[in-house]
Ligand binder design. Structure first.
Ligand code: FUB
Length: 340
């Protein structure tokens, strides 16, 4: 169960020898890196992976994370400093367990950490915590953000200062149980030629702790302008949405989950629709793949994770960084995390 190489014929040693980048830190396990430039430094908001002892299951129960550490770097090539514990689940009144992939945003000199956790009923919600510094410590709001559910929040600040919250993840992330923002455990991931589920998006209000509008489902289109089909597992959204802008166009990137790809789609609005455009990162060691894309001093970088350092233990991952190459036509060059 623990080794998910998916790279037939390649040993872990072989993959380690060909890895294109090294873990940013090795004293703790980290995953799901959300990178931002704040105050001239790179700040990375990752999950803090631990072995909680919870048994493996299809709902990701073995991802039993309890807190967040923020990492700071002066340059993408420099040393990553662990700024310490930024928020712990015991300090979040509404949260019971499983502090999964977070993100952060800044407005008017304050910093906001957005994070998913399960509440006392076992349902994922998205919370927010506030700090005066990018590294925290963050003080959580007493309740999760009304109107949110599922996992993997990502906040995008548009050029006009408007912030948008993206979120969603299938299976362990519970998105399959929601239709039109209503929960029904009888709902499952669609199948066959039904439209695939999309991530959700809503504008944040100026206070950054509430949604300014009901969330909308994002549609990802294929090359014929049709919504991606649910059975198109090589291209459909699974989890880990991220938004960035390049040359005036909006790029939605995400994990395809059970096919282990990082993909992207391009649109003209932060709400979409987006048209599928290709693969950013081929499969890494470990079941999950999760990323962010961040510009630093005019160059683009992909922050991602793999489970090489732990010998392939899928819930003990390490965040990494590699340059992202934009082609002249605006497409993204596909990266193989282990060379060739
Ligand atoms: O880290 C826990 C979960 O694994 C994240 O929320 C998903 O995106 C996947 O990386």
């Amino acid at each position: 169960h623990e080794l998910h190489l998916r790279r037939q014929g390649n040993s872990l040693d072989h993959l380690a020898a060909h890895a294109i980048s090294q873990p940013l830190v090795t004293h703790i396990y980290t995953a799901d890196p959300s990178a931002h430039v704040f105050e001239g430094h790179l700040y990375i908001y990752p999950s803090h992976d631990i072995d909680s002892g919870a048994p493996f299951d299809d709902e990701g129960g073995h991802f039993g994370m309890e807190d967040y550490h923020v990492l700071r770097m002066d340059t993408p090539q420099g040393e990553a400093i662990d700024c310490g514990v930024a928020l712990h689940v015991r300090d979040v009144p509404w949260a019971a367990q499983q502090m999964w992939a977070p993100d952060a945003a800044s407005r008017d000199g304050r910093y906001y950490l957005y994070f998913p956790a399960k509440d006392g009923q076992g349902r994922f919600r998205i919370g927010v915590a506030v700090a005066d510094r990018p590294e925290g410590p963050f003080a959580p709001e007493a309740e999760p953000i009304e109107g949110t559910y599922s996992i993997d929040p990502a906040v995008y600040e548009d050029d006009d200062g408007t912030h948008y919250l993206y979120f969603g993840g299938i299976w362990g992330g519970q998105l399959q149980h929601y239709r039109d923002n209503h929960y029904d455990p009888a709902h499952q991931e669609p199948a066959g030629d039904a439209p695939a589920l999309g991530p959700r998006v809503a504008r944040l209000d100026a206070g950054m702790t509430r949604l300014a509008e009901p969330t909308r489902e994002i549609i990802i289109l294929d090359e014929h302008g049709q919504p991606l089909r649910a059975d198109d597992h090589e291209r459909r959204f699974f989890e880990g949405p991220w938004l960035h802008k390049y040359q005036g166009r909006y790029y939605l990137s995400y994990s395809t989950g059970d096919t282990h790809l990082l993909c992207y789609a391009i649109g003209d609005s932060p709400y979409g629709p987006f048209t599928y455009a290709g693969v950013i990162l081929k499969p890494v060691v470990g079941w999950t793949t999760h990323h962010s894309i961040c510009a630093f001093e005019g160059r683009w970088y992909l922050f991602y994770h793999d489970a090489l350092l732990s010998g392939g233990v899928t819930h003990l991952r390490s965040v990494k960084c590699t340059p992202l190459h934009m082609e002249a036509d605006g497409s993204i060059r596909t990266i193989d995390p282990y060379g060739s």
